[in-house]
Ligand binder design. Structure first.
Ligand code: ADP
Length: 184
């Protein structure tokens, strides 16, 4: 049973790698960024509440996401395992998830931090051209990452669940390393 949490700064390649692994393992890839972007595109109540935060590069408020994650992990397809990408993004989300998994009688295998140097992140984010990838929001998102998301790495290190992978390599090599970590 594979249950993985993907950590790492914006532009680290979490989405790409999580997607690939989820396909190989035939388990759901749960990306809060994707869920939110499609809510915005569909103009759902969630999307309407989240959009302004996302446009500024800030985190959307926890209360918009916590129930959503609870519901998602309760879906039948998540019984076979899952890869969480983009959640948890602050320590309160990490504590919430820890309790949720206890309630669901699930344990995650590990939290994987994809490490990539800042200057590479900037190049990647500026090159990718997503709507929320303007120089202004990118700066905010990297700040938010340092202040709110980096402490989540310590949260998992304290629980001996942290695995670190060098994300500054060709995509295939990163995928190979990830597969090795999961098999080990
Ligand atoms: P990236 O690939 O740059 O890390 P994501 O696609 O994961 O970005 O997320 C895009 C945006 O969605 C974030 O900037 C944030 O506003 C919002 N978001 C995604 N996940 C979360 C979360 N767990 N908590 C709060 N906001 C989130």
């Amino acid at each position: 049973m594979t249950r993985l949490i993907f950590l790492g700064p914006p532009g680290a390649g979490k989405g790409t790698q999580a997607q690939r692994l989820a396909e190989v393992l035939r388990i759901p890839h749960i990306s809060t960024g994707e869920i939110l972007r499609s809510a915005v595109a569909d103009k759902t109540p969630l999307g309407q509440k989240a959009q302004a935060y996302m446009d500024r590069g800030e985190l959307v408020p926890d209360e918009l996401l916590l129930d959503l994650i609870g519901d998602r992990l309760n879906q039948p397809d998540a019984e076979k395992g899952w890869i969480l990408d983009g959640f948890p993004r602050n320590v309160s989300q990490a504590s919430f998830l820890e309790k949720l998994l206890q309630e669901l009688n699930q344990t995650c295998n590990c939290a994987i931090n994809l490490e990539v140097p800042d200057e590479i992140l900037l190049d990647r984010l500026l090159g990718r051209g997503r709507l929320d990838d303007t120089p202004e929001t990118i700066r905010t998102r990297l700040e938010v990452y340092r202040h709110q998301t980096a402490p989540v790495i310590e949260f998992y290190r304290e629980r001996a669940l942290l695995r670190i992978i060098d994300g500054d390599r060709p995509m295939e090599e990163v995928t190979d390393s990830l597969e090795q970590v999961i098999m080990s």
